[in-house]
Design a protein around this ligand. Structure first.
Ligand code: ADP
Ligand code: MG
Length: 682
């Protein structure tokens, strides 16, 4: 017997070269191999007579070879092997292209099982390149349901099949994590049967059931993990924060808070005074004013002599928050610092010393905050902005820098309810469903290239009125562009040919942090009229004087992403516009983009986006911080998700993860899943 954690090189036929190919698919251990599930199946169980073969319908049949295979050399690189086969009902000519194997293996007078398709293209029906096996052999390519695996260069489906079969013969699949009561209640098979059946199902129905079980299992592990986190936090106590008079903070604001902002702040203050660590998500559409809500919470922390930290997903955003917080807090005597990866080592050291000594009250930063070198004197509040970019694990890593600090999560992306349950199942939610007064919705238009002169004229008009424009391109450079507008090239065209008299600036993700900041800051100061950008301006960047956003090749972006981008304008008091250009003629694509023109309801857009693209792409690839589910598809398996959530909640409530074999296995798997989720972020 082998162990699941053994490397795949314990298998026959897998040496280091082969192992490298498997590594391409992230398969290193027997466990990885057994958890490498088929993407589909080919049903090769149907066995028919030759007379019953139908054109273009693949099938298996048993037949005897009627002559010695003859190979003809047609031309360089093309050998044809022909052979006659027959059963009691008829005869058939088989043709193999370049197959010394067939020429050698097929013996006159011997019976085989073949699987192939007779082509209906020409009279006298023939079959090309069928696969075949001896009737008494173990079914591999015929007489079975053939799993079709995700593959990589050099690795054939047959090789994968052999490896998986060996692995399943050598060791037991992952241990059972679902209690028997749950399996019975939902009519799903046990782990051993499911893991074997997904690879070697006896019927399509069995494959389906195995898949259902594995999807259920993934969701069960994930929701059990969230439920455990929630319950372990619910037991924690902290000292209630007594000072919750935010009067001076409110007085220093340049505006009155919206009702929604005030409600969210009140909910937060109640949490902070409750004596249990806060776990709250503030969800609000772009421009709803989440930063002020975070600032209020931070102010309360500092009022209670604790430090507050805010983590943002990009340097630009961290820098912008740093500026807003400094402006707001400096008059109140609060010291704000910025910690990002692009600071010089010396500067980083100084900042970290200030944080450790408690000389910094408000710490704004990027992932650099998570580094071990960052130590807080007394971290009382952790805020993560645009949380969907961070994983659950990162959230807890920052929290671990304090002793059970309060946690506030800000999300600008309206997240469909189902997805929110998954990502934030352990959080309370405050919704900012109101925009600050004086905001008009951004008028959005979809146009094709024939509108180019009008777009240019419109940009001119906005600039003439003293406003600024964003022009967003889907790519940075021509080379990766493949028919898309590239920011660098387009900026040059605008500068040299279209608007030689305007001030054009360029910002993209390949620029250094300091460079980006300089460009962004200059644009915010009004030192450029048009900012050509990639999606680096997507999150949170605030330039109230910008009134026009042109998005080139808009079909290249996701709907939620477009909605986010559009949120960059309409942040001042002036009427703002968004122009989507697209050369795409696909009616479906166009109708999606038109839908975006009609609605500004982020939640509806998000639902639509999720349906269209699935959660993997929903937040941009690999950025969701969600675990990579192996079988489950969040947009399709919602029913199973709900069942698994209910089942795991009920079970944890009743049993905790008791030291039953299932409970122990479940805890292991929860650990694995969250580690993997974190892995995808790095
Ligand atoms: P988001 O929710 O997208 O993070 P921000 O917090 O960046 O939104 O706020 C968007 C803009 O609205 C900022 O310029 C901010 O100063 C301004 N703002 C926030 N709250 C109010 C308010 N109550 N009244 C007027 N302007 C506000
Ligand atoms: Mg924001």
């Amino acid at each position: 017997m082998a162990k699941l954690s053994d490397p795949i090189t314990v298998l026959k036929g897998i040496g280091t070269a082969r192992a490298r190919q498997f590594a391409q698919l992230n398969i290193f251990t027997l466990r990885d191999l057994i958890c490498h599930f088929p993407r589909g199946y080919e049903d090769r169980t149907r066995l028919v007579d030759i007379a019953a073969l139908e054109a273009d319908v693949p099938a298996c049949f048993r037949a005897t070879v009627m002559n010695t295979p003859r190979t003809a050399h047609i031309r360089k690189g093309l050998d044809l092997t022909r052979v006659q086969v027959a059963d009691a009902t008829g005869r058939l000519t088989l043709t193999f292209f370049n197959s010394p194997y067939a020429a050698e293996q097929l013996r006159y007078g011997q019976e085989y099982v073949f699987y192939g398709t007779v082509s209906g293209d020409y009279a006298g029906y023939g079959m090309t390149n069928p696969v075949f096996e001896l009737p008494d052999s173990q079914p591999v390519t015929t007489r079975r349901i053939l799993p079709l695996y995700p593959l990589t260069a050099g690795l054939s489906n047959a090789a994968m099949l052999r490896a998986v079969r060996q692995a399943l013969a050598l060791c037991d699949p992952p241990a059972e994590i679902l209690p028997e009561s749950v399996r019975l209640a939902y009519g799903i098979p046990g782990a051993d049967r499911a893991y074997r059946a997904i690879h070697e199902p006896q019927s399509m129905a069995e494959a389906e059931l195995a898949k259902k079980r594995l999807i259920f299992e993934e969701f069960f592990i994930f929701s059990a993990g969230l439920a455990l986190m929630r319950s372990s936090r619910a037991e924690k106590r902290t000292e209630p924060w007594e000072n919750r008079d935010l009067g001076p903070f409110y007085a220093s604001l340049p505006f009155t808070l919206t009702g929604a902002q005030q409600r969210a702040i009140d909910e937060i203050l109640a949490d902070l005074g409750s004596g249990a660590p806060m776990n709250r998500l503030v969800q609000g559409d772009v421009g709803s004013g989440k930063t002020m809500v975070a600032a209020a919470a931070a102010y309360c922390a500092i009022l209670n002599h604790r430090q507050a930290a805010m983590m943002a997903p990009t340097e630009i955003l961290a820098e912008q928050h740093y500026r807003s917080f400094s402006r707001l807090f400096e008059p109140l005597g609060i010291r704000t610092v910025l910690l990002t990866g692009s600071l010089t080592p010396k500067r980083k050291r100084e900042i970290r010393e200030a944080i450790a000594a408690g000389e910094a009250d408000m710490v704004v930063g990027t992932h650099a905050l998570l580094s071990e070198a960052t130590v807080f004197r007394d971290l009382g509040l952790v805020v993560t902005d645009e949380q969907h970019r961070f994983g659950v694990a990162q959230r807890s890593r920052l929290s671990a820098k304090g002793s059970d600090p309060h946690l506030l999560v800000m999300s600008a992306t309206p997240i469909p309810r189902t997805l929110a349950l998954l990502m934030y199942g352990d959080l309370e939610v405050s919704v900012l469903n109101e925009l600050p007064p004086g905001r008009e919705p951004v008028d959005t238009f979809l146009v094709n290239e024939s509108y180019r002169p009008r777009i240019n004229a419109f940009i001119r008009k906005q600039v003439a009125e003293g406003h600024q424009c964003f022009v967003v391109c889907p790519a940075v450079e021509e080379s990766e562009a493949l028919g898309m507008k590239a920011a660098t090239v387009w900026a040059q065209t605008l500068e040299q040919t279209v608007f030689p008299d305007l001030r054009i600036a360029l910002i993209h993700g390949q620029m250094k942090g300091a460079e980006k900041e300089a460009v962004m800051a200059a644009f915010a100061r009004g030192e450029a009229d048009v900012l050509v950008a990639t999606t680096v301006v997507e999150v949170g960047v605030d330039v109230p004087n910008a009134t026009l956003m042109v998005i080139e090749d808009a079909d290249r972006f996701g709907l939620s992403q477009l909605h986010q981008l559009r949120g960059r304008v309409g942040r001042g008091g002036s009427k703002s516009y968004c122009i989507l250009t697209s050369q795409n003629r696909n009616p479906e694509t166009l109708s999606r983009l038109k839908a975006l023109c009609k609605t500004t309801d982020g939640f509806r857009i998000a639902e639509e986006d999720l349906k269209l693209r699935g959660p993997g792409d929903f937040f941009g690839s690999r950025q969701s911080g969600l675990p990579a589910f192996r079988v489950a598809n969040l947009s399709m398996d919602l029913e199973t998700l709900k069942q698994a959530q209910a089942a795991s909640a009920a079970w944890i409530e009743a049993e905790g993860t008791a030291d039953t074999p299932e409970g122990i296995a479940l805890r292991d798997r929860i650990g694995d899943l969250f580690r993997r989720a974190e892995g995808t972020m790095n």
